[in-house]
Design a protein around this ligand. Structure first.
Ligand code: GLU
Ligand code: MG
Length: 451
């Protein structure tokens, strides 16, 4: 299903067949927050045919629900229509008689609107198709299960070791319910495991088209959050919860095929592990645009407390085979060969991040960008001089630098598009300034009785 062909008759039939009485029409804003209206059966027809009204001004609010002085979509900015995409329709088994669809945001005359992140992703998919490629993608998030033990203090729900069975046993029935729920929603779960951090888990779903990957990710994230709450836990995907805990990543897996989805264009015919020339150029594009992609994929002040050398979260721009310390790695062998991009986290708007990643890779192919040789070591173990000698540059170290890199990168900025970029930068800079103007507990602990 594409933006041009929303099949409303089918969607109406499915709502009726599934006995739905509460239909949630959802868009994900530029901070990645799900925004919904629930509509009852009397208005299903109008909803599937014309959508639900929201205002662009909602998109110009930062994550604190404040409209920054730089906002330009104000009270007089009119409306957009949130038109359910039948391809994203899913019942929500955990809520009775309830279903949900993600939307194409449309202009009020029904035409395409470039303020819509899924529309921007579709534009990059079309651009890839113009070169004869289709992308296959999967988003793999990590998250913590926590108990709240004080104001702004949390403890992991268990201390099970990484990837132990005990980690599954101790989070049962959460683990079982999440997998059952997603399977009932036709989300093809690949695995759920106990990650490295105490109380930390990781879940992956099967790869699909870029839009399927995004819609599956939202289903996963929403199910984890709701089911954790029903189990008495708090689930968080925040990039770095405590400085001494492992971070929460959002690894993005990507490969290319021909337009029929056949053949993995990234496989090298020469051996079982290396990438094809096209795959190497795609990777070269990702590395070239890595600073801007950091602004898109790691867009909170908290993100930069995760991207540290020696932490398994990348801090430098290099790639390797199987190497989990760089910004990109080639994990699979044979027909599973693909690229895993590792710097992103779950504070991003994933449709925009994926649009940026695919556009960067496509730019690499078009300009035949050589990614350089793989680096197989862990830069966390090198001195800054050794890094410089090897030509291993740093990712942006702050949100400020990353947003500047995003703004000045023509390819990634173009993927986000002129309609979205100023607003995205405005709300992110507003969030950053709120953080910078706050006096944090660390400052009182460090200075108050000392200076
Ligand atoms: N938790 C690590 C991060 O924040 C990733 C660990 C892994 O390789 O799965 O990036
Ligand atoms: Mg992991």
């Amino acid at each position: 299903m594409t933006n041009d062909d929303p099949n409303s008759a089918d969607l109406l039939a499915r709502l009726t067949r599934d006995g739905i009485e509460h239909f949630w029409v959802t868009y994900y804003d530029y901070s990645g927050l799900g925004c919904s209206k629930s509509v009852p059966p009397e208005v299903f027809r109008g909803t599937v045919e014309s959508g639900v009204v929201f205002t662009p001004a909602n998109l110009d609010m930062d994550i604190l629900d404040r409209q920054p002085p730089t906002a330009t979509w104000l009270a007089n900015s009119g409306d957009f229509l949130a038109l359910p995409d039948p391809a994203s329709y899913t019942v929500l088994p955990r809520f009775p008689r309830t279903a949900k669809a993600n939307v194409w945001m449309r202009a009020t005359d029904g035409g395409l609107w470039q303020g819509c992140p899924r529309t921007r992703l579709q534009a990059v998919i079309d651009d890839l198709a113009s070169e004869g490629f289709a992308a296959s993608c999967a988003l793999e998030p990590e998250f913590y299960l926590l108990n709240k033990v004080g104001e702004s203090e949390y403890e992991p729900v268990n201390a099970a070791r990484m990837f132990t069975q005990a980690g599954l046993q101790q989070a049962q029935p959460f683990a079982t319910r999440v997998v059952d729920e997603l399977r009932a929603m036709d989300v093809p779960v690949d695995q759920l495991g106990k990650e490295y951090g105490q109380g930390q888990y990781e879940m992956s779903v099967h790869h699909g088209t870029p839009l399927e990957a995004i819609d599956r990710y939202w289903s996963l994230k929403d199910a984890v959050t709701d089911i954790a709450r029903e189990c008495g836990y708090i689930a968080t995907f925040m990039p770095k919860v405590y400085a001494n805990w492992a971070g929460n990543s959002l690894h993005v897996h990507m490969s290319l095929s021909d337009l029929e989805g056949k053949g993995n264009v990234m496989e090298s015919a020469e051996d079982e592990t290396s990438l094809s020339q096209t795959g190497l150029w795609f990777l070269g594009g990702l590395l070239t645009h890595a600073p801007a992609l950091t602004g898109l994929g790691s867009p909170t002040v908290n993100s930069y407390k995760r991207l540290l050398p020696g932490s398994w979260a990348p801090a430098n721009v290099y790639w390797g085979y199987g190497n989990r310390s760089g910004v990109a790695r080639v994990p699979g062998v044979g027909s599973r060969r693909h690229i895993e991009y590792r710097s992103g986290d779950n504070s991003c708007q994933p449709a925009l991040f994926l649009a940026g990643l695919l556009a960067a890779g496509l730019d690499g192919i078009r300009r035949q960008i050589d990614p350089g040789p793989p680096y197989q070591g862990d830069v966390g173990r090198l001195t800054v001089d050794e890094m410089a000698e090897l030509g291993l540059t740093f990712l942006p170290r702050t949100l400020r630098d990353a947003l500047d890199a995003l703004e000045s990168d023509e390819v990634v900025a173009a993927a986000v598009g002129d309609e979205i970029l100023p607003h995205l930068l405005s709300i992110k800079r507003s969030e950053m300034e709120a953080y910078e103007l706050t006096v944090h507990p660390w400052e009182r602990t460090t200075y108050l009785e000392v200076i």
